[in-house]
Design a protein around this ligand. Sequence first.
Ligand SMILES: Cc1cc2nc3c(=O)[nH]c(=O)nc-3n(C[C@H](O)[C@H](O)[C@H](O)COP(=O)(O)OP(=O)(O)OC[C@H]3O[C@@H](n4cnc5c(N)ncnc54)[C@H](O)[C@@H]3O)c2cc1C
Length: 409
Amino acid sequence: MSRPAPAGIVIAGGGIGGLATALALQARGLRATVLEAAPEISPLGVGINIQPAAVAELIGLGLGDALAATAIPTREHRYLNSRGETLWTEPRGVAAGHAAPQYSIHRGELQMMLLDAVRARLRQDAVRTGIQVRGFAHSGDRVQVRTRTQSGAETTVEADVLLGADGLHSAVRAQLHPDEPPVRTTIVRMWRGLTELPEFLDGLTMIIASDEQANRIVAYPCSRRHAERGAVLLNWVCLAADPRWQGEAPDGPGRLEDLLPYFEHWDFGWLDIRATFAACPEVLHYPMVDRDPLPSWGEHRTTLLGDAAHPMYPIGANGASQAILDGVALAAELAHDGDAPAALRRYEDVRRPATTAIVHANRTMDRSERALAERPGGDVSGELQAITSDYRATVERSQALPAAHRAQP
Ligand SMILES: Cc1cc2nc3c(=O)[nH]c(=O)nc-3n(C[C@H](O)[C@H](O)[C@H](O)COP(=O)(O)OP(=O)(O)OC[C@H]3O[C@@H](n4cnc5c(N)ncnc54)[C@H](O)[C@@H]3O)c2cc1C
């Protein structure tokens, strides 16, 4: 009896990484199916940033107009103290000489944009929700992907290749690297929210403000639709380091009363910070975690991408961008020839060192910015310039995709 036709490439996880990868594969003529554990994909999260190298790839995948209609092209990062005084400014995106903008966008809106494109270009059932990937087994030139539906039914899906885009707590990674230590926790907690305001600076600026205890606020407008009606949807993230926060805690709803004490003495003059937090309809809480980079990502016909491969601190705003670049590189290698295991190893050879450097650069930038904030008084513009230009140099060196990997328009 002949074997059932395989499902082509199976992607575990329908986040930004998994969906961008499905689009990149389709653009290269390859067929993918995304298995997503959530019962449906809904626009979760708050704001994220997509860096110019990843925006260029999304434009190459035909999403330029949709992005421009949804996102804010961030022009400047402005470093402030807790009195709202400017310490240093850094041009970003097109203003920094890149061909593509840096976009600030609601994570959920980006995810839905990618989902709509996948369903329109691949097939309506290319993304199957309510299916959790549990594990896999290689047999010859196929991968047997073990899944469980929401009703608890266990099934096996046959694939040519399995791509683990299943995020921080990846089941694919756990099977590939069973002895890996748990997620690396810190004493930093983050609270995130979205607040509608009448205005925020020039509408294109991200602020990064610190006090002498290295408590921080990062905030930026993230919605073009709000801007078009003369308003601002401000994404804000508060970071507080406190030994009582050590340990892993799940992402979930946050409480204003937990974050406010760290920012009691802050006064920008031009923005009522506590009122901005209080006007947010839903505060979200995230621990700041990452994992040590792996010595290898995959084996045979299985590999990892995005947060499953290289979870990183959000300092540097690179998680979603690196997931997109992984997907584009993977698609190019898989389309290059029919030897899937060799293609996956070539992908890892390019993307693993690149993203390892960024995981370390994020840790270094966090440490350096924190140490600088705690240093008493004085002009810190020189140090901030050095910190940001070191980071930028690492990222730009690491994320330059070879020409053969670039997305096809
Ligand atoms: C709900 C949510 C909200 C977020 N909010 C923000 C935010 O506001 N700001 C920010 O900077 N970053 C946020 N992130 C993280 C950010 O999206 C990622 O760092 C980045 O986009 C890389 O994406 P990824 O696709 O690799 O991983 P993720 O975005 O984590 O996506 C992984 C996907 O895989 C699914 N999944 C997990 N396990 C399985 C499994 N076993 N089988 C099948 N599917 C599985 C998850 O449901 C998820 O949809 C959020 C992530 C999630 C999941």
